[in-house]
Design a protein around this ligand. Structure first.
Ligand code: HEM
Length: 373
């Protein structure tokens, strides 16, 4: 059974990676790079491939590894099958909807085992993925589905950060403020079902509130004074949270936008600035956990892709807001290169099995180790 579980991870991760690479290609073509489009569906499938195909599958595998049973692999199996359907131009929403329901079931088990604000927040994130996929399934335009998907990713990450910050023993006021920020976001999502623009605007306020919370209370504020991987992770969290705040302000300002440069800026401040920076920060913990390696790979070269990611996103967002096409297109291309560079460095360090810190603590409920504070 153990053998089946560990071999199941590799094809699932390979399909997740395929989703990432094809989504990057499709996104760049959408930005105006006149490159060949080998599959006609690649351009419209960019958002679903990124959110459901790549990140949905990655999160599903991470949870399945943490639970240590075979059945939780059903969720990433369905979203990985959704990647194949997306690339083949077949209806993928039913598979993604089933996959997200699977993640809700897995999250329910996690909450049952360890009920707390962190696990409940992650379960709420999974529910938002179901909500978004449900809207996609019944034919809502993607622009109206996207705020739900954004909620899925941000609440999943926020829940993980809360879990990793448990060493601070937060309670009372910090927990109350966290609940308030998440509630604002949820209220916005419910509102946009009936009145789109005001609803999206409220989600923007929720984003700013959550960004402020992370900058104020996350353990990264302390761990940034440490060295090695611990500091790198904290820099990712703090810089990513800054982008979440920018994304919230842009979402407030451009709430009614459903395409074009303003839409691009408000979406990718969150998806690239927050979500990818968090992936860079947590990837060196998550990937070895998934691949069954004990060490946390770290090399200072990891700062290279992080700096490139933030600088190129700034270029892209400025290009979007000022109508400066070369900035927008060049920034998008460098965003994609930052992702590839990150994967390249991480793979190299993982292969050498190098660890600057060498801490090998027991995995948390999420399957990742806790950095020393
Ligand atoms: C890193 C390079 C990326 C590039 C070059 C890129 C490019 C684009 C472009 C050009 C659009 C269309 C915006 C418009 O209407 O003008 C778009 C939409 C979108 N992107 Fe990205 N993107 C990238 C990363 C991401 C990431 C990391 C995510 C998710 C985590 C993501 C999710 C989405 C979603 C959900 C949409 C909306 C889909 C739709 O309305 O059809 N993107 N992207």
């Amino acid at each position: 059974m153990q053998h089946v579980r560990s071999t199941a991870r590799f094809p699932l991760m390979a399909l997740g990676l395929l989703a990432l690479l094809t989504a990057l290609w499709g996104g760049l073509v959408r930005l105006g790079w006149a490159w060949p489009v080998p599959l006609p569906t690649l351009i419209v499938a960019h958002g679903p491939l990124m959110v459901c195909g790549f990140l949905g599958t990655l999160i599903g595998v991470e949870r399945a590894v943490a639970l240590g049973a075979l059945w939780p692999y059903g969720a990433p199996l369905l979203s990985a099958a959704g990647v194949v359907a997306l690339l083949a131009g077949l209806p993928a929403a039913p598979l993604m909807a089933l996959g997200s329901l699977g993640l809700v079931a897995v999250s329910a088990v996690v909450v049952h085992r360890q009920c707390g604000l962190a696990t409940v927040t992650m379960a709420l994130g999974a529910l938002l993925w179901v909500g978004g996929n449900g809207l996609w399934l019944v034919g809502w335009p993607l622009a109206q589905v996207v705020p739900w998907w954004s909620g899925f990713l941000v609440l999943t990450i926020a829940g993980e950060r809360l879990e990793l910050s448990r060493v601070l023993r937060l309670s009372g006021l910090p927990h109350g403020l966290f609940v308030l920020a998440v509630s604002l976001w949820l209220a916005g999502l419910l509102l946009l079902l009936t009145v789109f623009t005001p609803g999206v605007r409220v989600t923007g306020v929720g984003m700013v509130a959550l960004a402020w919370w992370l900058l104020q209370y996350d353990v990264a504020r302390r761990t940034v004074r440490q060295t090695g991987f611990t500091r790198f992770m904290a820099v990712c969290v703090l810089s990513g949270s800054g982008w979440l705040g920018v994304g919230g302000a842009l979402t407030w300002h451009f709430a009614g936008s459903v395409a074009g440069p303003s839409y691009d800026a408000m979406l990718h401040a969150v998806f690239v600035g927050f979500v990818l920076a968090m992936l860079f920060g947590h990837g060196p913990l998550v990937f070895p956990a998934i691949l069954g390696r004990a060490l946390t790979p770290y090399h200072p070269a990891l700062y290279g892709p992080l700096v490139l990611l933030h600088a190129s996103l700034l270029l892209r967002v400025l290009g979007d807001l000022l109508g400066w096409w070369p900035g927008r297109q060049g920034g998008g291309l460098l965003n994609a290169l930052a992702v590839l560079l990150f994967l390249f460095i991480l793979a190299g360090v993982l292969r050498r099995g190098r660890s600057s810190l060498g801490w090998r603590e027991a995995p948390s409920s999420l399957g990742v180790s806790q950095p020393p504070v």
